[in-house]
Write a protein that binds this ligand. Structure first.
Ligand code: ADP
Ligand code: ZN
Ligand code: ZN
Length: 727
């Protein structure tokens, strides 16, 4: 009898698969097995079955247990994951592991798990919800549960535990452990509820998208907020569902609003599954299994939902495709939008990338005809964009980063009973040094790029050529001593606003506040009830929410983005400005948006304000082309940190030498990271750039094993980020 060997991917930090001997039974490819590894037992995924090995067979250990009867990762997904492991230079076992629901990373059964579901008690069904009118949240929840049962995390998206408890104590609702019901027949019962008549532009988009099924057909759907993109998705997936095919819709973390989800649920009375970060492990596994069995018509999910298995996937939609939350920022640093493109290609599927402010990468692909480009120019309703204006802050008296002139505007809006949103950018813009009197920015003459100001060292350094000099005391253009670094601290701003406007209530919306989805939704409710007058916003506010009572938006600092060492900063700023201005105000009350700048004549700013994002983006693409930056070149970023700066530097220096030995790639650096020191560790980075994706890939592929062998590789904490979004 021939020996049979399984090739298994294990989540260990090695770039290889591992071989084990098989006994009498043979696992499916894509099934999980439990195997001995050192003195541990690990769960891995079978990638191949073969009969010979490069190792002496007697040295191979036997598999301990086959955990699944069938594959948990189908061949299509395995192909995608193998590609991703190669492309992102990430260990294959860890990639496979990341794609599995947490439950399946352990030797748990992959059977359909039980999940907690809430329903009305008999009393609750008979109770008239109107009796709860003094507790509107409780009333809303009771009403919702009188309509249908809801899972625990579905409820917790919108209601706090206190509200759930209150209804439970009144014995109006009760929890139950259930096994999610299979509904394989959703397509025979598919009903399409009444839809608005599409506009001409929408009809064209719908025809283009749903006209080409069963083949790779990527479409960039570019349309301002409110132009009816979601309506296009809804009508374009109808024929897909009718053919018994499933649809995957990716949304940014925060975009997963109850309103969006209920639009899909209401249009088709077909099962919709949600995948987001607030699910319990069992709930996640349940959705995963239901999608895999074909029981869900639609799956709406955030980043990692790109790894959902489907019985019969028919279309992928990536909403707000420009959003940075699609990029995983640690471990396996994939970009879900880019994987969506690969998945659609491998599985021959139509793909829609939708955005009001497309990424320059996708726009470039559309303009070069790799993607079909469909634009929606008209707004569906008659909502309006806030009017964008620049405010020149040179020489202006400022308090807490807000010019006195702007304070007066704010006051005027507040006195009208309207809300004002003050926006601060918390993305780590590299601080550059700027003159408050003339607006001059200290630039590297050789590179025509702003110097980065390193506060700790009190030095200016050019992150392109490495030139460094002591920070000057005076402006090199006008001699003024009013040199300021860009960016106002968030705490400083918050305190300042409460001093300037003590009679108005303010709320700050940042990542601390949205950690709990129900708290975030509570705050949004309170804002719309006008409990707060001043909203202090970060990026989060730009995404997916409408603020009908906001009539003025103030962006405290736009200069930071213009002179950042992060070349995407200007693009991200423009996206944010456009998104925010599309979400403030309402039809009869269009808002105004002010941007404080020392350089209001800057061509990028002027272009954005006068011509809008569409025009700006094309201009920015030309700039990128001229500078040889992505998407006209390809990048990878090595990050390293160590207790000693010299160690991190030395390691990256050796990496640069190895990379430099490869053809058509250019290592830039090492440079200190934006945040030079964190938790007692010094942080450095090395950028690798190439004009050809293939050359970059090859250089990384050849160098990585050599880098791993470097003596310092074990002493330094380091990582590689392919197509980095953040610097
Ligand atoms: P987007 O996703 O681009 O922000 P939506 O699809 O949400 O736009 O549309 C904005 C609003 O206009 C929604 O309230 C939607 O119901 C409505 N709408 C969209 N298309 C139409 C249409 N053809 N006729 C009437 N109303 C529409
Ligand atoms: Zn000056
Ligand atoms: Zn330079």
């Amino acid at each position: 009898m021939t020996t049979r060997i399984a090739e298994v991917a294990l989540a260990v930090p090695k770039r290889t698969t591992f071989e084990y001997l098989l006994g009498d039974s043979t696992p499916a490819i894509g099934a999980r097995v439990q195997v001995p590894f050192g003195n541990r037992k690990l769960v891995g995924v079978v990638l191949a079955i073969k009969s010979d090995s490069n190792w002496p067979v007697e040295k191979l250990k036997p598999i301990q247990q086959i955990l699944d009867d069938d594959a948990v990762l189908d061949t299509g997904l395995i192909k995608l994951l193998k590609w991703a492991a190669q492309y992102y230079q990430h260990p294959i076992g860890d990639v496979m592991q990341s794609a599995l629901p947490v439950k399946l990373r352990q030797p748990n059964s992959s059977e359909m798990p039980q999940i907690t579901q809430w329903q009305c008690s008999e009393l609750g069904r008979e109770t008239d919800a109107a009796t709860l009118s003094r507790a509107p949240k409780q009333q809303a929840l009771l009403l919702a549960l009188q309509q249908s049962e809801l899972t625990d995390s579905d409820i917790k998206q919108n209601y706090t535990t206190a509200i759930i408890k209150a209804l439970e104590q009144k014995e109006l609702i009760e929890a139950q452990l259930i096994t999610p019901q299979s509904n394989l027949d959703w397509h025979t019962q598919l009903q399409v509820n009444i839809a608005p008549k599409p506009s001409l532009e929408q009809s064209l988009a719908i025809t283009c998208i749903s006209g080409t099924q069963h083949q790779f057909h990527p479409v960039l759907l570019e349309g301002v907020t409110g132009s009816g993109k979601t309506e296009v998705y809804l009508q374009a997936i109808e024929p897909v569902l009718k053919q018994q095919k499933q649809v995957l819709i990716l949304v940014p973390e925060i975009g997963l609003t109850p309103q969006t989800v209920s639009r899909f649920r209401k249009r088709f009375n077909a099962p919709v599954g949600l995948l987001h970060s607030n699910l319990t492990d069992n709930e996640r596994l349940a959705v995963w299994q239901q999608a895999r069995e074909g029981e869900l018509a639609i799956v709406i999910g955030t980043r990692s939902a790109i790894f959902t298995p489907f019985l019969s996937l028919g279309m992928i939609i990536v909403d707000e495709e420009h959003d940075n939350s699609y990029k995983q920022q640690d471990g396996f640093r994939y970009h879900a939008r880019d994987l969506a493109v690969m998945r659609a290609r491998f599985e021959q599927l139509p793909l829609v990338l939708g955005s009001a402010t497309p990424s320059l990468e996708s726009l470039h692909n559309a303009l070069s005809a790799k993607y079909q480009h469909i634009e929606l120019h008209n707004r569906a309703g008659n909502a309006q964009h806030a009017h964008q204006q620049l405010f020149d802050v040179k020489h202006q008296p400022m308090q807490f980063g807000i010019a006195v002139g702007m304070q007066q505007r704010m006051r005027a809006h507040l006195e009208q009973g309207n809300q004002v949103m003050v926006f601060i950018n918390r993305r780590g813009y590299a601080p550059s040094l700027l003159c408050h009197d003339c607006g001059e920015v200290e630039m590297c003459q050789r590179c025509d790029k702003a110097y980065t100001y390193h506060k700790g060292l009190n030095k200016l350094q050019c992150h392109h050529c490495g030139d460094a000099k002591p920070a000057p005391q005076q402006c090199s253009a006008c001699g003024s001593k009013q040199l300021v670094t860009q960016g106002v601290g968030t705490e400083q701003l918050e305190q300042g606003l409460s001093q300037l406007f003590p009679q108005y209530k303010s709320v700050r919306i940042d990542s601390d506040n949205i950690r709990s989805k129900s708290r975030f939704n509570q705050i949004l409710d309170d804002i719309n009830q006008r409990q707060y007058q001043i909203l202090i916003g970060t990026q989060i506010l730009a995404k997916g929410h409408h603020f009908p009572h906001v009539t003025m938006v103030l962006i405290v600092d736009v200069d930071g983005a213009l002179f950042s060492m992060d070349f995407r900063a200007a693009e991200n700023l423009a996206q944010l400005i456009t998104q925010v201005s599309g979400r403030a105000g309402r039809a009869e009350l269009a808002g105004e948006m002010w941007m404080q700048s020392h350089q209001p004549q800057h061509p990028l700013l002027q272009d954005l304000v006068q011509n809008g994002y569409q025009h700006f983006a094309r201009y920015a693409l030309d700039e990128r082309r001229a500078a040889g930056l992505p998407p006209f070149s390809f990048q990878a970023l090595f990050r390293a940190e160590a207790h000693n700066q010299a160690t991190a530097h030395q390691f990256l220096h050796s990496v640069a030498e190895l990379i430099a030995a490869q053809a058509h790639v250019l290592p830039l650096g090492p440079f200190p990271a934006l945040m030079e020191k964190r938790q007692g560790r010094f942080r450095m980075q090395l950028l690798v750039q190439s004009q050809e994706r293939g050359a970059l890939q090859k250089a990384l592929f050849v160098s990585m094993p050599q880098i791993e062998q470097l003596p310092l590789a074990a002493k330094v904490r380091w990582s590689l980020d392919v197509d980095p979004q953040d610097f």
